[in-house]
Design a protein around this ligand. Structure first.
Ligand SMILES: [Zn+2]
Length: 300
């Protein structure tokens, strides 16, 4: 009986080793996950040599959770642990709305972070954003603003370039939702011949500004702006970017009508294969530098 138990243990250990060896077929590639944080955004970038950058931390309610702060602890941190990440090279906040910043204080408390990049272009008084800044200050984490031209080189062939917000205040100085959305940090990831464009909550105005600045912009993957809202992902934007895949991050029961049928229709008209977290759970894009593969079934 004892022997049998030992054999079983050996088999289990061997199986465990095999599982951990086979666990990451994406090692050595660029892997971008649009994490299912309900209504909000949180995107994990993992580079071929294991650098990790988190863009936004979610924050609005999951369908089953009345406390928006819980998404950092209940969803994002467990996903980072699942990916074997105990340290982030950087956290990027695209803009200070609660559905992007709300989860970040908990994430900063749980995961060592080397740098924080903040796309917030205007003073924005809100409890969620203040809690984030307090946590960054308390932890003495190097902090800088993101502005067009901000360039990150991970040293393994992956770069991230900020296309938005432009310097100054071209979208005005009001702090209404649309204006703050337009100031979102937008990052273009490049690995070899492949590009992944992460739009934050950028709306039509920001798209127009970027269209005027980047005539050769193109990407294999577009993380659509503003959760697939009707005022984002214009025809002109899709014509320029020509993505093969699109990702939309939103919850099943959001009160905003995300994703908008108009946006979905535009994506369809441009032949874009579109994934929505509300339907797919986490969406994973993997690039080997030559092409990108998409998968929509990780967490659900
Ligand atoms: Zn948002």
């Amino acid at each position: 009986m004892k022997l049998r138990y030992c054999r079983l243990l050996v088999i289990l250990v061997a199986a465990g080793l095999l599982t951990s060896c086979a666990r990451d077929p994406d090692a050595g590639k660029l892997r971008v996950t649009v994490i299912d944080v309900g209504q909000g955004d949180s995107i994990l970038v993992e580079t071929p040599t294991g650098h990790a950058m988190l863009i936004d931390g979610g924050g609005s309610n999951r369908d089953d959770d009345s406390d928006p702060r819980h998404v950092g602890l209940r969803t994002v941190v467990p996903y980072l642990r699942y990916r074997g990440i105990d340290h982030l090279d950087a956290i990027v906040l695209t803009h200070p709305h609660a559905d992007h910043v709300g989860g970040l204080p908990d994430i900063l408390r749980e995961v060592r972070t080397d740098a924080v990049l903040d796309g917030t272009a205007l003073p924005f008084p809100s409890p969620a954003y203040a809690a984030f800044l307090t946590e960054v200050r308390n932890r003495h984490i190097p902090y800088r603003r993101v502005v067009r031209g901000t360039h990150i080189d991970f040293g393994d062939g992956v770069t991230a370039d900020a296309l938005n917000p432009p310097p100054g205040h071209p979208y005005g100085t009001a702090t209404d939702n649309a204006t703050m959305n337009n100031y979102s940090a937008v990052f273009l990831l490049t690995y070899g011949k492949t590009h992944i464009l992460l739009d934050g909550d950028a709306q039509f105005e920001a798209e127009q500004n970027m269209l005027a600045t980047y005539p050769n912009l193109r990407a294999d993957v577009l993380k659509c702006g503003h959760h697939g809202a009707a005022n984002s992902t214009s025809d002109a934007w899709l014509e320029r970017v020509r993505p093969k895949y699109a990702a939309i991050s939103c919850s099943r029961t959001n009160s905003f009508g995300h994703p908008s049928p108009a946006t979905l229709a535009r994506l369809k008209a441009h032949g874009v294969q579109t994934y929505v977290t509300a339907a797919n759970g986490a969406i994973v894009f993997v690039s080997d530098g030559r092409s990108v593969k998409a998968s929509g079934t990780v967490t659900k």
